[in-house]
Design a protein around this ligand. Structure first.
Ligand code: GDD
Length: 380
């Protein structure tokens, strides 16, 4: 829902002719309240790339920091630095800022890095060469390959957090550091991506998945702590990562991902059911307590599926949808009962394995229930 208004670059120069664009490298730096770092990072990138004779442009994409960053870029421009700033208005988001920068980039190779000097600019030429020489379709400045290191001082929480984030990304990439904010790829690869809809910080992972990058090369870096300003990686951003992972699952695994989410919701429903049953049975007859617990759990499952599993179906009328859900659950229950009964009654093996027959019933009932919900109750 971000509105692309006022995207006039604060400063923009044509310091390279159109013919140079085949060689041009665009370094995109997302910024939010980085006024102190802006001159330092621009000077550093420019120095490294000039020494390596790589024609370049530096695009800072700022989420309306209003902290003097724009003025800093203006000064740099007056000093002849090939940098300009795009100022985004509206809700801020690191990933969307990077996409905005990539869209505006004129170079054939795109690089993304943080503004806070935690990523070593000296590695940019190696990342670029990797992409230009077709050694990889995605090159990462990696904190987790041999030879890489992280400046001492990370809290246990940050290390743990990084490990958990990495594990969640495993179904999508076997890169050691797919969460890195320091990477390079061809503009062509970026333009050929599937629809990008990231939220939060992990734009690298989004691009690996949506651009279908298989050949990933990781170059070890020393990740240093920022000297100025502060990290914006809040707890809220971490929650956005879970939302992002869910989107990637949906993208990569389609209905299988939905079925998985449906089962997880079902499992939470069982917990809600048993907890409510225990509460209500303490002050009312169990027959009634059981009915109330089942209704509560069913309503819980309905709402969870409406909010998460099938969130695209939210536009439909709540009560009508709830009624449909209850119908499906009832049909699912009948399927469950019929399968387990017919197995237990008609087959010798199953008649001795009643629990297994019930489990088979549950599986069939769940699949049936899922299909009805997917294609009827929560249809798009
Ligand atoms: N435009 C824009 N909008 N830029 C942002 C925003 C935003 O909402 N939030 C952060 N940034 C910029 C910062 O100004 C900085 O240049 C860069 O994005 C990284 O932000 P930090 O807040 O410094 O992140 P970090 O150092 O804690 O996190 C680093 O490690 C993560 C993995 O653990 C970054 O490299 C992340 O990209 C990476 O995912």
């Amino acid at each position: 829902d971000f509105e692309m208004t006022n995207n006039q670059p604060a400063v923009e120069t044509n310091f390279l002719s159109e013919n140079d664009n085949g060689e041009l490298v665009s370094v995109v730096v997302p910024t939010f309240k980085e006024a102190e770092n802006v001159p330092l990072i621009v000077r550093k990138i420019h120095k490294v790339l000039t020494e390596s004779q790589i024609p370049h442009e530096i695009i800072l994409v700022d989420d309306d920091s209003q902290d003097g960053s724009v003025e800093e870029v203006e000064k740099l421009q007056q000093g002849g630095f090939p940098a300009f700033m795009i100022v985004r208005k509206g809700s801020r988001d690191l990933s969307l800022a990077v996409i905005e920068g990539f869209n505006r980039a004129k170079g054939s190779v795109l690089v993304c890095m943080d503004a806070d000097l935690s990523h070593p600019a000296d590695v940019i030429p190696e990342l670029v060469s990797c992409i230009k020489q077709d050694e990889a379709d995605f090159a990462i400045g990696s904190r987790y390959v041999e030879g890489a290191s992280i400046e001492a001082g990370w809290s246990v929480f940050r290390h743990l957090n990084s490990k958990i984030s990495k594990s969640l990304a495993l179904p999508f990439s076997n890169a050691k550091d797919p969460m890195s904010g320091f990477f390079a790829l061809k503009k062509e690869t970026f333009l050929n991506s599937a629809y990008l809809n990231p939220v939060g910080y992990k734009i690298g992972l989004e691009l690996i998945v949506k651009c279908g990058c298989k050949n990933i090369k990781e170059i070890p870096i020393f990740f240093s702590d920022r000297k100025y300003g502060s990290s914006k990686l809040s707890f809220q951003e971490q929650l956005k990562y879970i939302q992002h992972i869910k989107r990637l699952f949906d993208y990569k695994y389609g209905d299988l991902a939905k079925f998985f989410q449906f089962c997880i919701v079902g499992a939470t429903g069982a917990v809600v059911d048993l907890s409510s049953y225990n509460i209500f049975m303490s002050f009312m007859p169990i027959e009634i307590a059981r009915i109330i617990a089942i209704i509560i759990a069913m309503t819980w499952n309905f709402e969870m599926n409406r909010r998460f599993t099938f969130s695209y179906g939210k536009h439909r009328h709540w009560l009508k949808q709830y009624f449909g859900f209850v119908c499906c659950c009832s049909i699912g229950a009948v399927v469950n009962w019929s399968v387990s009964m017919s197995l237990s009654r008609n087959f010798e093996f199953w008649s001795e394995q009643l629990t297994l027959a019930a489990a088979a019933g549950i599986l069939c009932g769940t699949v049936f229930n899922f299909l009805l919900n997917r294609f009827w109750v929560y249809k798009k």
